[in-house]
Design a protein around this ligand. Structure first.
Ligand SMILES: CC(C)(COP(=O)(O)OP(=O)(O)OC[C@H]1O[C@@H](n2cnc3c(N)ncnc32)[C@H](O)[C@@H]1OP(=O)(O)O)[C@@H](O)C(=O)NCCC(=O)NCCS
Length: 243
């Protein structure tokens, strides 16, 4: 792995079968006890929705340094409190539904040797482009509350999420997602049952594709998780920023 490579050397492209072993190895490093994609999972994703599977690759060496796994869901078929297992059909994506308008982010990861260098940001840009190119209304996902375990005696997961939104605390996953223009629309307890770091809890996050979303698509948000500030777009950016 080349730790000093700048993001300009990174491209995001659709996943190919020859990337599977690198994705599995990266997942083992990142998720260890939590478990990661198996070869059967990755083959299933590729078969069902190849467009939704992306890898970040070092252009000069061809090494896989990040990945993103997504499927399309019809949101009305689910409840906001459903688990990762429900939204991904136990990681297989056999619930992928081309009638749906929501890209569901099942996973994003960046190799630990090169985290914090802007690769996650590039992967999310590609995910937003995918969402637009497919004419989908939104991206939704469950963001693990990675640092919540350290605060579980002091506050509820909802209070923890509010502190992340307000910038009073930082979380390795949720702070990143918030910077990518995601809003929190709920908190799910027991989203990932075996995740000790988060005590199983996750924030339900959403990025809205305003090119096709209608006003009703953003009604009914829990005000608890709003920042109550004016929404603007950063010049030259496709992520929504709070000012
Ligand atoms: C979450 C993850 C994908 C982020 O990828 P990354 O390449 O490390 O992130 P980037 O370097 O692109 O960071 C993008 C932005 O998020 C911010 N960010 C990243 N990690 C952060 C942290 N721990 N706290 C606060 N902000 C953070 C960066 O500062 C950067 O902000 P900027 O736009 O102002 O420069 C990566 O850390 C990872 O693989 N984590 C483990 C797997 C995981 O939990 N995935 C999510 C499953 S829900």
């Amino acid at each position: 792995m080349s730790p000093k490579k700048p993001p300009s050397n990174i491209i995001v492209r659709p996943t190919r079968p020859e990337d599977f072993n690198a994705i599995i190895d990266m997942g083992r490093l990142i998720y260890s006890d939590l478990g990661t994609w198996s070869l059967e999972h990755l083959e299933s994703h590729q078969h069902i929705f190849p467009q939704g599977q992306l890898v970040a690759v070092e252009q000069d060496t061809g090494k896989v340094v990040g990945s993103s796994s997504s499927l399309i869901v019809l949101w009305d078929d689910y409840h906001i409190q459903d688990t990762w297992q429900d939204f991904t059909d136990h990681g297989t994506f056999t619930n992928h539904d081309t009638q749906g308008r929501t890209l569901y982010g099942a996973d994003v990861m960046v190799h630990p040797h090169v985290q914090g260098r802007g690769i996650g940001k590039i992967i999310y840009k590609a995910r937003r482009e995918l969402t637009r190119s497919l004419g989908l209304r939104r991206i939704r996902a469950g963001a693990r509350l990675r640092n919540y375990g350290k605060f579980q005696e002091q506050m509820s997961p909802e209070e923890y999420v509010q502190k992340i939104i307000n910038g009073d605390l930082g979380d390795p996953t949720l702070s990143f997602q918030v910077k990518q223009g995601f809003r929190i629309i709920g908190v799910v307890r027991d989203y990932l049952h075996c995740d000790e770091e988060s005590c199983g809890h996750a924030a339900v996050i959403e990025w809205v594709n305003y090119q096709v979303a209608q006003r009703r698509d953003t009604y009914g948000r829990d005000p608890k998780f709003a920042k109550h500030r004016k929404r603007t777009m950063k010049p030259g950016s496709d992520t929504q920023e709070d000012t």
